[in-house]
Design a protein around this ligand. Sequence first.
Ligand code: NAD
Length: 273
Amino acid sequence: MTESSSNPTRANAAPLTASYPELVGKVVVVTGAARGMGAVFVEELARRGVHAVGGDIDGDGMAALADKINSGAAEGAGRVLARRTDVTDPDDHDALLAAGLEEFGRVDHWVNNAGVFPQAGFTDIPPDQVTATYQVNVNGVVYGGQTAARHLRRHGGGAIVNMASVAGVRVRVTRAAYNSSKAAVRHLTSCMAVELGPDDIRVNAIAPGFVDTEMTRWVREDPAALDRALSTVPLRRVGAPVEVFGALQFLLSDSARYITGAVLPVDGGSQHV
Ligand SMILES: NC(=O)c1ccc[n+]([C@@H]2O[C@H](COP(=O)([O-])OP(=O)(O)OC[C@H]3O[C@@H](n4cnc5c(N)ncnc54)[C@H](O)[C@@H]3O)[C@@H](O)[C@H]2O)c1
């Protein structure tokens, strides 16, 4: 029995060995990168010699993470540039791109990862929750995608990856605003893939299931909620952010060069339950 299967609340965060040499020296923008999956993405990219531009509304947290990664970096590692970024503001995306271009001279790929996960029974959802959720989870992807696409068009192509969720296809009760926002991300991914394909810009999404981050900590700490959540995971354990990174680096790599408009589930099988 593996450690993760003996304790389903403990994700299998063992390092992944796969890396893609063609990504070394490339520059990837990641939004929502101060913590959670985004933080693991920039750290794992840098470890593999890929530069990352991390944008987060928590500017101090983003800066602290970049300092930590850069100061402990091995020879040949990529560097992480931090910028305070609010994904609901289109100008912030432009500023994030400009910062990456100024620092590294290029931006090759873009990851729309920032998201919020509010809770309320359907009839109790306050109007500002709907607005805030859609602004971050949907508008943030539109604005980030626009900035990325305008640049990548000039750059000769590249990859965009949007963060969807299993909640975009399976109902998670008391999460209607979130679920529907992630359904929108799935369809946006199709729209973007079709319009941007002729410019050699590939647009894909990752649909994580139940992943071990701050966003889901309350579930792991509530035994009844945890039981319910794990009953919808055929692999019967929580996922680790690094397991989502495995899908991300594949989608950014040349191995995925004929893949666009795909939504790749990384969910232990949850989409089927
Ligand atoms: N954790 C899961 O189980 C899970 C499952 C499916 C999908 N997702 C999605 O994956 C993505 C990352 O989730 P996570 O679990 O790492 O979340 P997290 O809450 O740990 O981190 C989200 C990050 O986004 C940042 N952010 C929030 N609003 C922002 C804004 N307006 N502008 C810029 N940054 C902002 C936060 O400061 C934070 O650093 C999200 O889109 C989330 O919806 C997560």
